[in-house]
Design a protein around this ligand. Structure first.
Ligand SMILES: [Zn+2]
Length: 459
């Protein structure tokens, strides 16, 4: 195949490559092999058996197989990346980008050093919270156990798990505005630029939050705490003086959940929701969803903060509430909700109840994630039904995956926005005795850019 006849470049022969783009590709290929534990694909000597005496490497230590340069132009991206051992493949293929990224992050020395030695305890903690969660699709205690799709599919196979990445809900969406379009246009006004900066400071574990600096020495309405300094973010997320912000944040997550339900074709109610015996009222009524042997489902949304923000002594301020098991916070919040709502509702109504809990670090409770999965499955089934098409199982899985991906991101993003509102310095400022004439915090992106000059030696 000739790229350009006059220059004589042949895509199947790297020795003829002269254009700068192809040179860059060649250099990249070399670098990946030299520094990032990649190797060029070669046909296996015997496709059925590993070479005798070859040590078994675990997946992380195994080199990533790259197609030889002369074949790249004729290849396609491998779709079923999860289950295929590229090294054992009988034909070369382009690894998917996420696999290449994983390989680079594993082998990139600076990244590994930073991972082993986080600059601060707080950064270590937030990193721990942002690691991808994985929950069993079928859980003994799950109210949705009998409603999960595929419950008969995995006999003998590995039990299915559902995953959720708190970090990619935020970082995977960097190209998206922090608004969901006109419908939620109020969000733009609610999250100001300084709130946004404050959010990312806490998200990355940088505790000395410049957005709180303008009123650092002002005392909180609770008279127990000065705003600003290391624990300011945790305090506005924990002190009742700031709870009006929490309500707004809570409603933002609720709206996102409601929009997910509505796009899946479920009618919902968030006003005049049914009350339980004892007069408790959940946040959302999802009509005719038919889970947990009931027709309608009531859901209550909770957002809890992962860190101690108003400790009785100064010692544990800013520490993780459950250092050994971060998800205990979600489990106990969900258990509380179930205790307060499920049985009381059972006494006077024929409805199911499900808690929908997340934390300010973006973690989600397993039962909430399973609800999203159930909804995504319904969307996939409806999708093919509308086409009048009896989908093959694989196609159905793929379509469900697309819906599940969108729903997770919609909710994760809404949670991040809600957290930005909840800890918003602009709102917090109104609730403490901050002097009125103080200049709000202004963020200068150029000032920050200069700090990245030290990274230019990375190569
Ligand atoms: Zn306070």
């Amino acid at each position: 195949m000739l790229l350009n006849g006059s220059l004589g470049e042949n895509l199947a022969d790297p020795n003829t490559w002269t254009s700068s783009a192809l040179h860059a590709l060649k250099r990249l290929h070399e670098q990946l092999m030299q520094h990032y534990n990649c190797k060029e694909w070669a046909p296996p000597p015997n496709a059925n058996a590993p070479a005798p005496g070859a040590p078994e490497l675990d997946e992380n230590a195994r080199p990533l197989s790259l197609p030889p340069l002369n074949l790249i132009a004729s290849l396609r991206v491998r779709q079923d990346e999860e289950n295929v051992d590229a090294n054992a493949c009988s034909c070369p293929s382009l690894p998917p980008q996420r696999r290449v990224t994983k390989q680079i992050m594993q082998e990139w020395g600076r990244h590994q050093i930073a991972l082993r030695n986080p600059p601060t305890d707080r950064m270590r903690d937030v990193h721990k919270l942002h690691i991808t969660q994985s929950v069993p699709m079928l859980d003994e205690n799950s109210a949705l156990r009998s409603n999960m799709p595929q419950r008969d599919d995995d006999e003998g196979g590995k039990p299915k798990r559902l995953s959720f990445s708190p970090a990619s809900s935020v970082c995977g969406q960097m190209g998206r505005a922090w608004t969901s379009g006109d419908r939620n246009a109020r969000t733009t006004e609610l999250v100001t630029s300084s709130d946004y900066v404050a959010f990312f400071h806490q998200f990355l574990g940088i505790t000395n939050n410049p957005a709180f600096a303008p009123f650092a020495n002002v005392s909180c309405g609770c008279q127990r705490y000065f705003m600003g300094g290391e624990g300011a973010w945790d305090h506005v997320n924990t002190c009742l003086t700031h709870s009006s912000n929490w309500t707004r944040a809570h409603n933002h997550v609720l709206t996102a959940l409601e929009s997910i339900c509505n796009s899946a074709g479920y009618a919902t109610k968030h006003k005049q929701v049914l009350t339980s015996a004892g007069n408790r009222r959940a946040d959302l009524e999802i009509l005719n969803i038919q889970v947990a042997r009931q027709i309608d489902l009531l859901v209550d949304v909770t957002l809890c903060h992962d860190f101690v923000g108003a400790g009785h002594n100064g010692l544990n301020q800013g520490q993780l509430r459950n250092p050994d098991n971060p998800d205990e916070l979600l489990d106990s919040a969900a258990a509380d909700k179930i205790r307060h709502y499920r049985s009381p509702y059972r006494q006077n109504r024929h409805v199911a109840f499900l808690p929908a809990c997340m934390t300010t670090s973006g973690r989600i409770h397993g039962e909430f994630l399973r609800l999203l999965y159930f909804i995504s499955n319904k969307q996939a089934v409806d999708y093919f039904k509308a086409l009048g098409y009896d989908a093959h199982k694989k196609k159905n899985c793929h379509r469900r995956g697309v819906f599940f991906h969108n729903n997770r991101y919609t909710l994760g993003m809404a949670c991040a926005q809600a957290v930005a509102m909840r800890g918003a310095p602009t709102a917090a400022r109104r609730l403490v005795a901050a002097p009125r004439n103080q200049q709000p915090f202004r963020y200068d992106p150029h000032e920050f850019d200069r700090d990245f000059s030290h990274l230019s030696d990375v190569g």
